[in-house]
Design a protein around this ligand. Sequence first.
Ligand code: ARG
Length: 562
Amino acid sequence: MQELRTSLVEALARATGLPAPQVDGMVGLPKNPAHGDLAFPCFALAKRDGKNPVELARALADDIALPDGFAAVEPTGPFLNFRFDRAAFITRTVQSVLEQGDRYGAGAPNDDVVVVDYSSPNIAKPFHIGHLRSTLIGWSLAKIFRFLGHPVVGINHLGDWGTQFGYVWVGCERWGRPADDDPDPILALVDRYVRATKLKEEDPSVEEAARDYFRRLEAGDADARAFWDYARTVSLDEFKAVYARLGVAFDHYTGEAFFNDKMDGVLADVEAAGVGEVSDGAWGVSLGDDLGFALLKKADGATLYLTRDLAAIDYRHRTFGFDRVLYVVGAPQSLHFKQLSALCEKLGKPYHDRIVHVPFGHVHGMSTRSGGAVPLVALLDEAHERALRALREEVTKRPEGLDEDAVAEQIGKSAIIFNDLSRGRIKDVHFDWDAALSFRGDTGPYLQYAHARINGIAARAEAELPDAVDGSRLPEDEAFQLAAQIGRFHDAVRKAAATYEPSAIAAYLLDLARQFSRANEVLRVKDAEAGIKEQRFALFVACRQTLANGLRLLGIEPIDRM
Ligand code: ARG
C-alpha cells in the first residue's frame, strides 16, 4: 500500500515539477470513495501556473505516466483521481502471505542486538500488577524485535538483593518460616516482612538486626546465604508457575544478587573517572540540578539498586554487545534510568546513549472477586472461570467435542493480555472484567473469535486453496479493503518496534478483524461457485495467517476452534 502511494507521489512530482514531500502532503483519499483510491488536488499547481484547476486536472491526466500497480487516472473537477489495479494488488498480497506463512511481516536477520529487561519482580514480595504489565509489554517487545530479525536477549533482573531481605529474615526469626506445605509461601514471607517493618516503628533494634543480616549476606556469610537461597527459591517457583501459564520466557535470570561480586569493579570505575564524592558519609556522583546526587554506596558500605544496575549494564555490554537495552519498568522509575544514563556518560561508557527506558502507567481496578491485592495465580484462575462462563453464554454454536476448559484458559489469558497491550503504554489502564472478556468489544476474545471463525469457514465450506491466487475473481470492494488491511501489517509491526508500543499491533488487529467481518458478510465461501470459492477462501486464509502472526507478537496463542 505504502509502496503504491510512494510511486504515485514520485510520478506526480515528475509530472508537475513540485517537490515530492509537498506532493506527499497533498495526496489523500478522494472524498467519495467511489471516485478512486487516491486523489491529487490541483489548486496549488493552478495557482502556481496561473491556470484553471479543472483544465489543469484534465491536462495532467493525459500527461502523467501511470506507475505500476495503478489501473486508471480520471480527472473529476479540480481533482485527479487514481485507481489501483486492485486485482493485481489482491493477488500479490494474498500470495505473499500464503508463501511466507508465519514469517509474513518478518524482517531480515541483522546484527543489532536488543536486550530487553522485563518483569523483574522482587523476591519475597508479591508479583504485583505493575510487574504483570512489565512482563506482558516486555515479552511482546522481545517477540516483535525477534520477528524483525534482531538477536534478542530477554533478561529477568530479579530484585533478589537489598536491605528488604533483612526484614523478611527478622520476621522469619520471630514468627517462623512458612510451613513446608503452605500453598502460598510468598504471602507468608510478605506477612513476615510487613510485621517486621511494623515492629521497627516501636523497636529500633529491628532495623539494626535487618541491616546486620544484609551486611552478613553481602559479606558472604553461609547462614545468611542459606536463608536468602531459601526465600529466593520459594519466590521463584511461584513466579515461574505464572510465567509458564502465560507462556512467557527469559534467556537469563540474572537478578541483582548476580552482580554482588561485581560491585568493587563498578566503584573502582567511578573512582578512576574521578567523579565520585562523599556526601553525608555516603558516596556517589553528583549529576547536577535536575538529576541530583546518585547514591552508590551507603555510609554502612551497602550498595544500592542503582549501583547494581551500573554493574548490570556493563556486564550486558561485555557479554552481549548490545545495540540497545530496553528497560520495561513503570514510569515512577524514570529518574533512576536518567541517572543511569548520566552516570554512564560521566564514566565515558560507549553505551550511555543506548539505554532506553520503556515506561508504562498504572493499572486500576484489577482485583479478584475476593477483593484486595491480586495474587497473579488467583487472577488467572478467575479469568479462566469467567471465560468459561462467557464462552458458554456468548458463543452459542460451539463445535462438537470442544475442550471448553482448554479454550477458556486461552480466552482468559487473551483477555488479560490484550486489555493491557491494547492501550498506549503510558496511559493508565482501567481493568474491568466484563469489558475485557466481551466477545463483541475491542478485546482479545473478539480477536480469538474472529480467528476461530475463519477456521470454521474452511471446515464448513470444504474449500481448498486455489492452484494460483487470482485477485480478479475478487472484484468486491470488501475484498480489496481486507487485502489492503492485510498489506498494512508490515507497517504496524515496524511502528510498534519504533515506538516500543505493542498497542500499534493491537490496534491494527482490531481493524483487521473488523474488515474480516465486513468481507465475511459479502464474500460467502460456502455457496460460491467453483473458481470463486477458492479465491475467497485464499483471501480469508491470508487474513487468518496475518491475525495469527499479530496475536503471537502480543504473546497470545491463537485459538483454532471455539
Ligand atoms: N525489581 C525492580 C522493581 O520491582 C525492577 C527492576 C527493573 N530492571 C532494572 N534493571 N532496574 O521495581
